[in-house]
Design a protein around this ligand. Structure first.
Ligand SMILES: [Zn+2]
Length: 215
């Protein structure tokens, strides 16, 4: 009797490039965001994840296990927001997908494990938020016109269970997040913007302020 053939490995799910130009732009935004953070030491080893929206139902996102400081195009996958399962998806991809689904205006999400973010998120974890106030770079955040306003960056307890963490994040952010980012205690920072350029500005703003605040 012939042996049962092995089950064929699942081939990477390729979203049909309905909009090749938009897909190309999203892939480039992921490469640029990762290179920016990688150059600053914010994504040690294979940590961090970067994504950008292609259209209403598609994103480009870094695959699991890749060195974000040295990405190539092969390290970026495209997934559907309505059916995001992908054999090369990172364990944290659902956190990106949740945000894109909940907030159609989000164009890019950058997640880093920078030392400053990780340390400060632990220090302020009992308070549930990091308060920033008095820094000019706060104006990097969409809708913030003055350095005088107090902004609280939410901190969530870290978890390996994205099915639990994702809904917790959405519940606390509410319908209109007051601030385009959050921290996972002892883990890192999620930051986003309406465009990749804005997401980078937010990331830089958060990082700058945390360095100043670092005890
Ligand atoms: Zn992470």
């Amino acid at each position: 009797m012939a042996p049962t053939p092995d089950i064929l490995p699942i081939s990477p799910v390729a979203r049909l490039p309905q909009k090749p130009a938009e897909q190309e732009a999203a892939i480039q935004a992921v490469l640029d965001g990762a290179a920016f953070a990688g150059g600053r030491g914010w994504v040690p080893a294979t940590s961090g994840n970067f994504s950008a929206r292609i259209d209403a139902d598609g994103i480009a996102i870094t695959a699991t296990g890749t060195d974000k400081a040295r990405l190539t195009r092969d390290d970026i996958i495209t997934v559907s927001l309505s059916d995001p399962a992908h054999p090369r998806a990172s364990a944290e991809a659902p956190l990106h997908v949740d945000l894109y689904r909940a907030f159609p205006e989000i164009g890019a999400i950058y997640h880093v494990h920078s030392p400053a973010a990780t340390l400060l998120s632990l220090v302020d974890a009992p308070k549930g938020a990091v308060r920033i106030q008095g820094f000019e770079l706060q104006k990097a955040l969409a809708g913030v016109k003055t350095h005088e306003v107090a902004l609280d960056i939410p901190i969530f307890a870290n978890s390996q269970d994205m099915a639990v963490l994702g809904p917790q994040v959405l519940a606390r952010l509410g319908g209109a997040p007051a601030i385009p980012g959050y921290l996972l205690a002892g883990h890192g920072l999620y930051a986003w913007g309406r465009t990749p350029a804005e997401a980078l500005e937010v990331l830089l703003g958060f990082e700058f302020e945390r360095r100043r605040l670092q005890p």
